[in-house]
Design a protein around this ligand. Structure first.
Ligand SMILES: [Zn+2]
Length: 101
């Protein structure tokens, strides 16, 4: 499975595309079913912004939000998605480990 396919599969599994345009949802589903490369370049352009996401950052009680600027992509995005429920958001690895302390 390509990384794009894994990401879209994780996005769909986590309902992360709910509320996006129908075209986004159907191309993402197509990428899962047929592979990202089966999409036309136009279709790829519609869904490729979803292959990365800015970290939501984290805030510990009584501390300021860390205003994290990390961009999550690739394998890290799949992990962030899978753990988004536990961490209540999409966070990069350093924010996830920081919030464990
Ligand atoms: Zn972060």
């Amino acid at each position: 499975m390509t990384i794009e396919r894994e990401i879209f599969s994780a996005l769909i599994a986590q309902n992360a595309l709910q509320g996006e345009k129908p075209s986004v949802q159907s191309y993402a589903q197509l990428a899962v079913d047929k592979g990202f490369r089966a999409l036309s370049s136009k279709q790829q352009a519609v869904v490729s912004p979803f292959l990365q996401k800015k970290c939501e950052g984290m805030k510990k009680p009584n501390e300021k939000h860390n205003n994290c600027q990390n961009i999550i992509s690739g394998r890290e995005l799949v992990t962030a998605l899978e753990k988004s429920e536990h961490y209540k958001g999409w966070r990069c690895e350093s924010c996830r480990s920081a919030s464990e302390k």
